[in-house]
Design a protein around this ligand. Structure first.
Ligand code: ST9
Ligand code: ZN
Ligand code: ZN
Length: 361
């Protein structure tokens, strides 16, 4: 028997204490290379943006970033992870489409590059691997709303412990991207099993995404954003791939990660000075209102994810309010001024509210 494991009474396998440590520290080199490629490609995308790309391609990339961000903030985050409001099915369909544009299939790049090289060599092996890649693409199931929400609920419930997937106590790098470059801590799997996900399993639109994700995500996140600029306004394939797809995608990934890193480190803590999540304007601006993180960790059910929800610094709230006006969003949960005041008196810094923010520089 593998010495790193022990068998429990009911027959399940557990890692021993010693090996738990080694397990969660194991680096996943495939991800290191993939994220390395992504960031290099994004930098090249910036160069092309200022040298040869058409202005329409840059505008398209910004638009795709905004749309995919709403899929995360108003969709995966405030609606599906926190149930901060309810949405009728047409809005849920819009959000699941936006969300699928934002999602990623990191394995794809690495394997595609490998296959391109092998096929250039014209080997039988290359052709075999090509078939393997196609099979892998359609059999992977990572990062749909269900998995995103499960990790995020865990992040709130066990914030800054080993059961938090991006535990900010392990430093900026770990909470930003490092957690995606190594195996998850066993506490995450253990505590994750106790997270109630029945509401998402019962949502047919989330289940649809989960079922067809392998097909929908590559199409919406990579293939269409690359093809559209070429066919609609005559952009070159290289500009389209590196600007509209690689740069847009990597930028939006980093903005999302900043909520886990920067907004857990820099900024005011007016609602609860005993926790790390902070009010960070830079992150709020970039992440469409998700930088008011001290408030959000104290009142995660508030659909504004902020006390004031000022539209300029909270585009997601503007989006939800618009759909509430036409009746597609309803039961918007919020927190009374009195409850906020009492909490501030108990754990915060009185009289500061949303005003005690920081640019995080
Ligand atoms: C990406 C992540 O997309 C982005 C998420 C960011 C979250 C941010 C939140 C911010 C707050 C909200 C604000 C939004 C702002 C938005 C602004 C927009 C501009 N419970 O994962 P595995 C099970 S990154 C229970 O392989 P390893 C799991 O089911 C880019 N169980 O762990 C599985 O079991 P089974 C693309 C869990 O091997 C087993 O454990 N993403 C849980 O340690 C193994 O799971 C990628 O490239 C849980 N929570 O690998 C993916 N979790 O065998 C990168 C797991 O039954 N990830 N289980 O299937 C990976 O490659 C791997 O997950 C790993 C860990 C290497 C990191
Ligand atoms: Zn957080
Ligand atoms: Zn949250």
């Amino acid at each position: 028997m593998d010495e790193s494991k022990e068998i429990t009474d009911n027959g399940t396998t557990l890692l021993t204490q010693q090996n738990r440590k080694q397990h969660h520290q194991a680096i996943v080199w495939r991800n290191v290379m993939l994220f390395g490629y992504l960031h290099l490609a994004a930098v090249y995308g910036v160069v092309l943006m200022f040298t040869s790309a058409k202005i329409a391609t840059t505008i398209f990339a910004i638009l795709m970033y905004q749309v995919s961000s709403i899929g995360i903030t108003a969709g995966a985050h405030r609606l599906w992870s926190h149930r901060a409001y309810k949405a009728k099915w047409p809005l849920r369909v819009i959000l699941i489409i936006f969300n699928t544009i934002a999602f990623q299939f990191i394995k794809l790049y690495f394997m595609s590059v490998k296959v391109l090289v092998l096929n250039r060599l014209g080997t039988e092996y290359g052709i075999f691997k090509y078939k393997y890649v196609l099979l892998s693409i359609f059999s992977n199931r990572r990062n749909h709303v269900y998995e995103w929400a499960r990790d995020h609920r865990l992040h709130h419930k066990y914030s800054e412990t080993n059961a938090d997937p991006h535990n900010a106590n392990r430093g900026f790098f770990f909470s930003h991207v490092g957690w995606l470059l190594c195996r998850k801590h066993p506490d995450i799997m253990e505590k994750g099993r106790g997270i109630d996900m029945s509401d998402l399993l019962a949502d047919p639109i989330v289940s649809f995404q989960k079922k067809y994700y392998k097909l929908l995500m590559p199409l919406l996140c990579f293939i269409l954003p690359t093809i559209l600029p070429v066919y609609c306004w005559g952009e070159s394939w290289a500009n389209s791939w590196f600007v509209a797809t690689m740069f847009r995608y990597t930028f939006s990934l980093n903005v999302t990660w900043l909520v886990n890193s920067a907004a857990h480190m820099w900024g005011g803590r007016p609602y609860d000075r005993f926790i790390n999540p902070s009010e960070n304007i830079t992150v709020a601006l970039l992440a469409l209102g998700e930088g008011w993180h001290n408030y959000h960790h104290v009142f995660p059910w508030d659909y504004k994810a902020a006390e004031l929800g000022d539209y300029k610094l909270n585009m997601t709230t503007a989006f939800i309010d618009f759909f509430a006006k036409i009746g597609w969003a309803y039961d918007l949960k919020t927190v009374s001024a009195d409850t906020v005041r009492k909490r501030v008196e108990r754990t915060g810094i009185s009289g500061q509210g949303d005003a005690q923010t920081s640019w995080g520089w």
